[in-house]
Design a protein around this ligand. Structure first.
Ligand SMILES: [Zn+2]
Length: 300
């Protein structure tokens, strides 16, 4: 990828209101959200529709994006711990990127806006329905339920140092959006659709004010009827030297039944003891999560 500026774009129409702070490419091998943002800023700057407040698009791991790798020294989505942020230490490439992003965010202080929202755009290695991953703190969950995609609660609580934790910690409302598989065109459209909806819900953009109603927004909005809310029920963890092989046919959010063969670990079969849904089945050679089980919750 070409060198991506830190600020991909900024848009307002001179009205006071909310801030919508969108990050993409926190993982350098996930450029999908960046491309979606570039496209959306082009349209906004050309058509100049009225919005309340300001929308900002920010790139994540710039050097990793340019090199097309996930990260340089360490995962940029694991460094945002309270300890790292308060230490101010820039002893890895990703910590330098983190402090740059923090200083960009500091240009848009809480006092300048009626409320601040964030959206962090990602993609997954395996094919998946697009989904929202929400940390259930502040009013994040309520906000997430304005959107039509599947919602997974509690996943981000399993991992530490994610950018959305940091943003939630400083009082910004938002969630992570996983648009689909890294290279897929559909992921890019899913990002576009979600970003349009986020500008609508956060900054009051009327999508009908655009000369052409964005098709990507229609496409994602169409998922609303089938939306489900899930909570992490179980994590099938792996040890360093475990030999793990998932049965071949599972995809994200596929229904599983008690007694169903899910995988083999060290040559032994792993059967389901759940009548729920499988989440993030491991099909890569590396990782210490074999799979997760998620449970469908009542819609709020
Ligand atoms: Zn990612």
């Amino acid at each position: 990828m070409k060198d991506i500026p830190r600020i991909i774009g900024e848009y307002d129409s001179g009205n006071k209101g909310t801030l919508l702070f969108i990050t993409a490419g926190i993982h350098g091998n996930e450029p999908s959200g960046i491309i979606a943002l570039e496209k959306i800023f082009n349209i906004l700057q050309k058509e100049k529709p009225p919005i309340q407040g300001k929308m900002v698009g920010v790139s994540g791991n710039r050097e990793a994006l340019q090199k097309g790798v996930r990260y340089i020294d360490e995962d940029l989505n694991r460094v945002w711990t309270e300890e790292n942020v308060s230490s101010g230490k820039e002893d890895s490439h990703e910590k330098r990127e983190m402090f740059e992003i923090i200083s960009v965010l500091e240009k848009y202080p809480e006092t300048d806006f009626t409320k601040r929202y964030f959206l962090d755009c990602h993609t997954t290695s395996a094919a998946s329905e697009p989904y929202i991953s929400v940390q259930v703190v502040n009013d994040n969950d309520e906000w997430a339920h304005k959107f039509p995609a599947y919602i997974v609660r509690g996943f981000s609580d399993i991992v530490e140092g994610c950018i959305d934790h940091y943003e939630s910690r400083i009082g910004i409302t938002g969630f992570v959006f996983e648009g689909g598989q890294h290279e897929s065109r559909i992921s890019r459209l899913n990002h576009e659709g979600m970003i349009w909806l986020a500008i609508h819900h956060a900054c009051g953009l009327n999508l009908k004010d655009l000369p052409k109603y964005p098709e990507a927004a229609i496409m994602i909005e169409d998922k609303r009827k089938k939306r489900k809310t899930f909570e992490i029920e179980y994590r099938y963890g792996l040890k360093e030297d475990d030999e793990f092989k998932m049965e071949p046919h599972f995809s994200n959010f596929q229904k599983i039944k008690t007694g169903e063969l899910l995988a083999h670990k060290n040559g032994n079969p792993v059967y389901s003891t759940w009548d729920d849904y499988i989440f993030m089945p491991l099909y890569q050679s590396q990782g210490n999560d074999g799979f997760f089980v998620v449970k469908e919750m009542k819609e709020p």
